[in-house]
Structures are given as C-alpha cells and as structure tokens.
Design a protein around this ligand. Structure first.
Ligand code: GAR
Length: 190
C-alpha cells in the first residue's frame, strides 16, 4: 500500500478529504505522517484526530538547504513514498526535491499554467475568466510549475462572489487530489 506524507500550512481541508477517502475505501493508501511549518495549522489537529503522526517543523525562509533536512528525515522515518503538498505555502528547494525525485505533488486552485501563486481564485475572479478549476501537478523548483497530472474545470457563474467560487473549486480539489494519488499508487503516471 502506498504510504504518503502530507505537508500543510493551513486549515487542511484537502488533508481531511484524503483521510476520508482512505477511510471510505475510495483510496488505497496510508498517511505515514503530516508535517506543518505552522504550529497553529488546523491540519495538525485533523491529523491527530485521525491518529496520524503529526509534526510541526519550522521551515526557515532561507536559501540554505538545511531547513529541509528535518523534513526529509521525518518523511523517511515514516517510510513515505509520495509527498503531497496540501496548502503548503513554501517553495520546495532542491534538497527536498532531490530526496523525493518525481515523488512530490501539489494541488493548486486554478487551471495551471494560468494564475500561479497566492490567491489564485481571486486572480481568476478578478480577471473575469468564465472557466477556472483545479490542478494536481508534480512539483519542481518553480512556483506552481511542474508536469500536470490532473485538472478539472469549474465554471464561473454570473452571481458568483470570490468566496462562492473558491468554495466550489475547493470541492473539486477534494475529489481530484485523491484521484491523482490513486493514479500514482496504481502506477498510471510515468
Ligand atoms: C487549497 O485551495 C490549495 O489548493 C491552495 O491552498 C488551499 C489549502 O486549503 N494551495 C495553493 O494555493 C498552492 N499554490 P486547505 O488547507 O483547506 O487544504
């Protein structure tokens, strides 16, 4: 069974969707550990509630690779095979990328390569696009770049606010992240 590690900085609704999809048998995987760079992240509470080892590991904003060593040690200690970024708001550096080569994926609330970076939903809403969506992709050294694994569209409705649109995108994220992990587990991704 594929062992995944989840990195999250915030509320962790994507983590929760993965936990729920594993519990209901939709996803055949196990979460080895959850790590957050933010001591107050609700994601850590969700992990503890599901009896998943949960850690706060500071991620220093430095170009030095040392700050990722603790992450790597923790992920390896829990035999993690695939690292899933779920609202982890850091740019991954070469140290971690090389330790898990082609084994780090991310979810982003837009149809990449459109609207990378922060507040992607607001960027799309303000631009006036009629269709946006969510993307799961491999992580490389860029910000929200890397080969795309799965995307799904979300229509922008006339009466949408930024909040209602974000909520619908999040619902789609919760579906496609587990689908992408399943593709990886089933060795359907080259
Ligand atoms: C999600 O919308 C995720 O796509 C986004 O952060 C949110 C985390 O929500 N990630 C990015 O914007 C990465 N560039 P969650 O903590 O409830 O899963």
């Amino acid at each position: 069974m594929l062992i995944i590690g989840v990195l999250a900085s915030g509320k962790g609704s994507n983590l929760q969707a993965i936990i729920d999809n594993i519990a209901s048998g939709k996803l055949n995987a196990r979460i080895g550990c959850v790590i957050s760079d933010n001591t107050d992240a609700f994601a850590l509470e969700r992990a503890k509630k599901a009896q998943i080892p949960a850690y706060h590991i500071p991620y220093k904003n430095t170009l030095m690779p040392e700050c990722e060593i603790e992450y790597i040690e923790c992920l390896k200690k829990h035999n993690v095979e695939l690292v899933c970024l779920a609202g982890f708001m850091r740019i991954i550096k070469p140290t971690l990328l090389n330790a898990f080569k082609n084994r780090i994926i991310n979810i982003h609330p837009a149809l990449l390569p459109a609207f990378p970076g922060l507040h992607a939903q607001k960027q799309a809403y303000d631009y006036g696009v009629k269709v946006t969506g969510a993307t799961v992709h491999f992580v490389d050294e860029g910000m929200d770049t890397g080969r795309i694994i799965l995307q799904r569209t979300v229509e922008v409705k006339k009466d949408d606010t930024e909040e209602t649109l974000s909520e619908r995108i999040l619902g789609v994220e919760h579906q496609i992240y587990s689908e992408a992990i399943k593709l990886f587990a089933d060795k359907q991704i080259k």
